[in-house]
Design a binder for this molecule. Sequence first.
Ligand code: SF4
Ligand code: SF4
Length: 272
Amino acid sequence: MDIKRRQFLKIAGLSTIAGLGAPAAFNLLLKGETSPVLHASSGGGAEASHEAAPTGVRLAMVIDQRVFDAKEGLAQKCTTACHTVHNVPDFGNKKDEIKWIFEVPYEKAFTAKSHNHKNKSLHDSSFLVLCNHCDNPPCVRACPTKATFKRKDGIVAMDYHRCIGCRFCMAACPYGMRSFNWRDPRPFIDQATHNKEFPTRMRGVVEKCNFCVDRLAKGLQPACVEATGNTGAMVFGDLNDSHSEIRKVLDENFTIQRKPALGTQPSVFYII
Ligand code: SF4
Ligand code: SF4
């Protein structure tokens, strides 16, 4: 670990003394800056710098809402596939809920859009949301232990063993795409479907969508994409490959991203 727990607590204490509010901290994170206090004291972990945009593989996803609207139950199928393959616990209550991918109404998915006089189909739709694997991820810069980090292929990954449960990443994510294990999740994993190949987490650890990095390593598609079959509801691939299907879909369709004005550069695109 780059930073010892004692050092971290000292930093956290100094940050509190410095009176950094969440909005101010978020602005600093988006600009790639940390507070002077953090710079002076952290010894590296809190200074995780903004990496340059990858020039090799850059993984991304397109969600075609038209297909989800036409196929009732398809979004739920994706959620179930993801949560099953990743041993996401079901605590049976909203307060403790762990979510990697889930459905929200239009106004929650796209808060920056005008919602007056929106058309009926938008009104009736619910949109799948997941970690956007932002190219400029504030969560990564907020993490003092580098438990969350951006890979060269653009995936914003998690190392559960390094997570100290400070939840700075959760405060920094402007999309609310991270969940915290307030309780021991292991007893709440469905034993009938327990995936022994994917690690379970413990109390005090943050988790989120990982773009199925473990499945990609085996040459598989993300579980949610696989669950949509050949419907075209989700397309996953390399943005930097001009011959990839995702590039074709992006070239041929008008797409939107969530909160683009924040400058986080999400890697999840929506056709609505
Ligand atoms: S959506 Fe949130 S958790 Fe995911 S990379 Fe962006 S800021 Fe981080
Ligand atoms: S890409 Fe994988 S981890 Fe992310 S939502 Fe889809 S199934 Fe879940």
